[in-house]
Design a protein around this ligand. Sequence first.
Ligand code: ACO
Length: 325
Amino acid sequence: MKSIGILGLGHCLPERVLSNHDLEKMVDTSDEWITTRTGIKERRIAEKDQPNSSLATGAALEAIANSGIAAEDIELIIVATISPDSNFPSVACLVQKAVGARKAAAFDVSAACSGFLYALTTAKQFLAGGMFKNALVIASEKITDLIDWNDRGTCVLFGDGAGACVLGAVDDGHGIISDFMHAQGEFGDLMAVVSDGREPMDQKRELIRLPYVVMQGKELFKVAVNSMALAVEEALKKAGLGLHDIDLVVPHQANDRIITAVAKKLEVPKERFFINIHKYGNMSAASIAVALYEAEEQGVLKKGDHVALVTFGAGLVSAANIVKW
Ligand code: ACO
C-alpha cells in the first residue's frame, strides 16, 4: 500500500485584527487577563461580506498551487467546519465550484476543533482504500459569527481563519503514519451552540435571534488536557514510536495554558510544541491547519521529522495523527 501524505499546504487569514486592547473597549476585560490566562494577544475577524467559503477557497488555492496537482484533477474535497456559510450547500461544494475541481466528490465534516484531523484521517482512508488518488482537505472557520460579543468569558478566545492541504501518495514510510480519533459525547454540554437570543456584534445588522457559543471553561480545561495527552499516546502506540521520537508537536491552539499542561503531562519539553495562539486565538478546526502551514513556512519542519498533530474540541471529540515529514 502506498504511503499517504501532504503534498502542499495553504492558508488564508482575514486582514482585520482585533487586539486585546480593542476588546478592552468592548467588554470588562484586560490585555493582562487575556494574556496570562490564555496566551492570546490578538485574533483575526472576517468581514461581514467575507463568508467562510471565501477563506476556505483562499487556503485551498494556495494548497493546490503548492501541491503540483491541477485543480481539475482533485478527486475529493473535505471541509472541516462548524461555521459554514449556511446549512447547505456545503462549504466543500462552494470551494469545488470556486477552484474548478469539477471531477471531485465534496462534503463537510463537523467535529469542532478536531475537524481538521477528523477530515485528514477520513481523506487518508479514502486514498488508502484506493477509491481516490488525491484529496483536498480544508479546515475553515468564521466562528466569530457564533460569538456573544457581550460574554467576556468566550469572546476573547476565538478568531477566524482557514488552512488546507492536498493529500496524495508520498515516499514510502513518509506521510501520515498513524491516526487516532475518539469522541466522548457525555461531555457535550461543556461547550455548545445555543440559540436563545442575543445582541449581534454589529448593531446595524437587524438580527434578533442568533446562535452563540456557551462554554464551561474550567471543566473543559481539565478534559482537554487529559484527552489530548491520551490521543498523542494512542497515536504513537499505533505508529510503534515513543514520545522521545517526536520532533515537533502541533497542538490545537485553544489556550497556551492547556498546551503547557499537555507538555507537562507528556513530559515533552514545551519548546517542541509549535505555538501561534498569540496571533490568532482559537480558530477551531483551522488552528492546526494554519499552525502546520506556519511551521513549514518558518522551516521548523524538516524532511524525516516525526510530527504529532493533536486536538480536542466540543463534542467532546479528540484526535491525533503522527506524520513523518
Ligand atoms: N476578562 C476578565 N475577567 C474574566 C474574563 C475576561 N475575558 N473571563 C472571565 N473572567 C473572570 C470570571 O468572571 C471569573 O471572575 P470571578 O472569579 O469574579 O467569578 C474569573 O475571571 C475567573 O474565571 P474562570 O473561568 O475561573 O477563569 P479560568 O482561569 O478558568 O480561565 C478560560 C478561563 C481561559 C476560559 C479557561 O478556563 C480555558 O481556557 N478553558 C478551556 C477553554 C477552551 O479550551 N475552549 C475551547 C475548547 S473546544 C474548541 O476549541 C471548539
